[in-house]
Design a protein around this ligand. Sequence first.
Ligand SMILES: Cc1cc2nc3c(=O)[nH]c(=O)nc-3n(C[C@H](O)[C@H](O)[C@H](O)COP(=O)(O)OP(=O)(O)OC[C@H]3O[C@@H](n4cnc5c(N)ncnc54)[C@H](O)[C@@H]3O)c2cc1C
Length: 295
Amino acid sequence: MKDILKELSGVQKNVSLAPYTTFKIGGKAKYFYEAKSKEDLVKAIKAAKETGLPFFILGGGSNILVSDKGFNGLVIKIQNTKYEIQDMRVVADAGVLLNKLVDESVRVGLTGLEWATGIPGTVGGAVRGNAGAFGVSMADTVKSVEVFNINSGSMNQWSNGSVEFGYRDSIFKRDKDLIIFSVVLELKKGNKEISKRVIKRHLAYRKKRQSLLSSAGSVFENPFDKSAGYLIEQCGLNGKKINKAMIYKEHGNFIVNLGNAKAKDVIKLINLCKKKVREKFRIELKEEIEYLGEF
Ligand SMILES: Cc1cc2nc3c(=O)[nH]c(=O)nc-3n(C[C@H](O)[C@H](O)[C@H](O)COP(=O)(O)OP(=O)(O)OC[C@H]3O[C@@H](n4cnc5c(N)ncnc54)[C@H](O)[C@@H]3O)c2cc1C
């Protein structure tokens, strides 16, 4: 078997993943590589395949929980950050921060992304999970997605319709062979002052409900028309602590890291929420966050 250290120049060994996540939790990646261009990405995926290493595509790390044991493979951090605004279209590499696109689109007088203010992470990660807030989601602005198919090695442009967007869902969640390289968003002509006011309102709402402590946002998807946070709160779990992990007092769907929390403590809280909600409401909560590594 080939050696990744020889096949992929710039790859690092034993890199702690916690700083690359908003949870600030988790062990080390055996190998870690920052892909600063599309070419880097293709190179890294090819090297992983040739060396037989499992690999994981990491965006902004704002929707994942990394195992305390880390990941025994190659983490490819998406770091391609070019973008361009052409008339009413935003063409952005997958690694561009979603918030950067919110700010830049408003700056040039476009509207349509204000809802995304305060959502950490990359535009690639947002498309994959069809991130959304205030009744709007990525599906409402995505025109097309440039996709790399690991199996065939081909690169294709996918239209919005073929991405199969659903609630916090897209085809990219179900087909791990598909990697998002870049995204085209279609916005509308807006009014800067109105957009800024909307952003201010959204940020104020987030400030009230979201913790400034490290977290991965909502842990669970909202089941049907119910709010997972409400169900958890009704089970009396808000404020419940296991070591340094805690269910946020003001929002039951957030688990926060009070400092040096372990993934295993977060998992215990997740299982507790599932158990109590199942017992009280007969509803099965499903994680919105994703796991990396062995649990
Ligand atoms: C404080 C806070 C508030 C949040 N608020 C919201 C909210 O209002 N609405 C909402 O929907 N989410 C919210 N989130 C969750 C999170 O920010 C989003 O889900 C975000 O879109 C994840 O993007 P990311 O780049 O961080 O992805 P990551 O966490 O890095 O990765 C998530 C998954 O996407 C995959 N992935 C990443 N990039 C690519 C790519 N280019 N191609 C293929 N797969 C890829 C990864 O492999 C992983 O499986 C919040 C999180 C926090 C911490």
